[in-house]
Design a protein around this ligand. Sequence first.
Ligand SMILES: [Mg+2]
Length: 266
Amino acid sequence: MKRLKPIRSLIVDMDGVLYLGDEPMPGLVGFFAFLREYRIRFQLVTNNSSITPAMYVEKLARMGVEIQDSDVLPSSIATASYLASQYPRGARVHAIGEEGLMVALQQEGFVLSRRDPVAVVVGIDRDITYAKLREAALLIRSGVPFVATNPDCTLPVPEGQVPGTGVIVAAITAATGEEPLFIGKPEPWLMEQAMARMGSDPERTAAVGDRLETDILSARRAGVFSILTLSGATSPAQLAASDVQPDIALQDIQTLVDGWRRILTQ
Ligand SMILES: [Mg+2]
């Protein structure tokens, strides 16, 4: 815990850390009060591409936490930013996804079209159909680059783990033999973009998340201090068995705040 002393910026995963589905974690309001009291900057970073920053702002407001759109960096926005660095404004992209991804692509100036797209982009789509898989597979087989928001095969909800983006990607990979370029965690892109937004660097930044293979691995790849919470996707047994180890593991954000406050007030 002592290594948290110099940390001035925190990259925070949401699902499984701040809430599970629509259920806030214990200590959620106090967590943000703590960050503000000690002037620790934060970015809420998520591989979930289904909803827009404004929708996360509303979701947290319902849980008693006030944040702004610019505090949220989902993989949908990072994916649209990546594509904007590769292709000109007005280029056509074909996307499988929900509103968050579609809005992010359009805000970067892309036209959503299945006709001669520069890329096939895949995010979570809870209305996935055979017809959508068929269309994506045909485009990718014809040589169109394949890009995916994130590799998570499951998504935590109050009932347990349900299928995520990685399941849709796996179906398309099975049909095409092609692996996508992943933009979200465990690639370091989201972490680096979050640090740029906070004006921070790896020495003064920590990342907190509930998944070893995405949150913790991307933190390690970006060179930032990594904190695992056991309140989401990872059990203590999975942690013990994994090659990917966090700098520290804690029960939840309440435990993190209690320990961090002790370090800062010593
Ligand atoms: Mg999570």
